[in-house]
Write a protein that binds this ligand. Structure first.
Ligand code: HEM
Length: 162
């Protein structure tokens, strides 16, 4: 694989990571607090989250594709022993597990629980089940964010060593 492809891959990887983390940070720190008292906040959260769901899916797909390109360029050997014994392999293996966790949480949050929370929030905002669904969705969103931070940290170690 040429070094040009590798450099372009790392560029796309870093930009995709910015979109994924930056998007979650914007939602958590600016958008949701900013519309707290807005009369249409549930509709706004629903439509903006739906938009970001699409953007996030593209960013995660690009992270996976460029991630594998970078692992190939770095000479990863695709056998369990390498991922269990080689220092680079151990970090790469952990990062792939973290990524699977992000995908798992995102699928449940973005395509199931989040939808149920919005529907319940629109129909009966004060109901105990609505509160529960909103709390679980919020928790999952934050768990996904923490895993994404861990993925960045592992990425820095893969790039620069520990
Ligand atoms: C949410 C998911 C992910 C995020 C936020 C993320 C973030 C990052 C960041 C920010 C870097 C650059 C670090 C630097 O240059 O200092 C990086 C590097 C790297 N990432 Fe990821 N990444 C993700 C998923 C993946 C996946 C799924 C793979 C493998 C399948 C992967 C493999 C790599 C590799 C090999 C490097 C080192 C590149 C190099 O310098 O050779 N990443 N990652």
């Amino acid at each position: 694989m040429s070094r040009d492809i590798y450099i372009i891959s790392v560029f796309v990887h870093v930009v995709s990571a910015c979109i994924w983390l930056g998007g979650m940070l914007f939602l958590i720190l600016a958008f949701i607090p900013g519309i707290k008292n807005h009369p249409d906040k549930v509709d706004l959260i629903a439509s903006v989250s739906l938009k970001f769901r699409g953007v996030g899916a593209v960013a995660l797909t690009l992270l996976l594709i460029t991630g594998f390109i970078q692992l190939e360029f770095r000479g990863v050997q695709w056998n369990i022993d390498y991922f269990r014994t080689n220092p680079f392999g151990k970090v790469a293996g952990l990062k792939i597990i973290v990524f699977i966790g992000i995908i798992f949480i995102s699928l449940i949050h973005d395509y199931y629980l989040g939808n149920r929370a919005i529907v319940a929030w629109k129909s009966d905002p004060e109901h105990a089940e609505t509160i529960r669904l909103r709390n679980v969705s919020r928790l999952m969103g934050r768990a996904s964010f923490m895993l994404a931070l861990l993925a960045v940290f592992l990425g820095v170690i893969l790039s620069r060593g520990w």
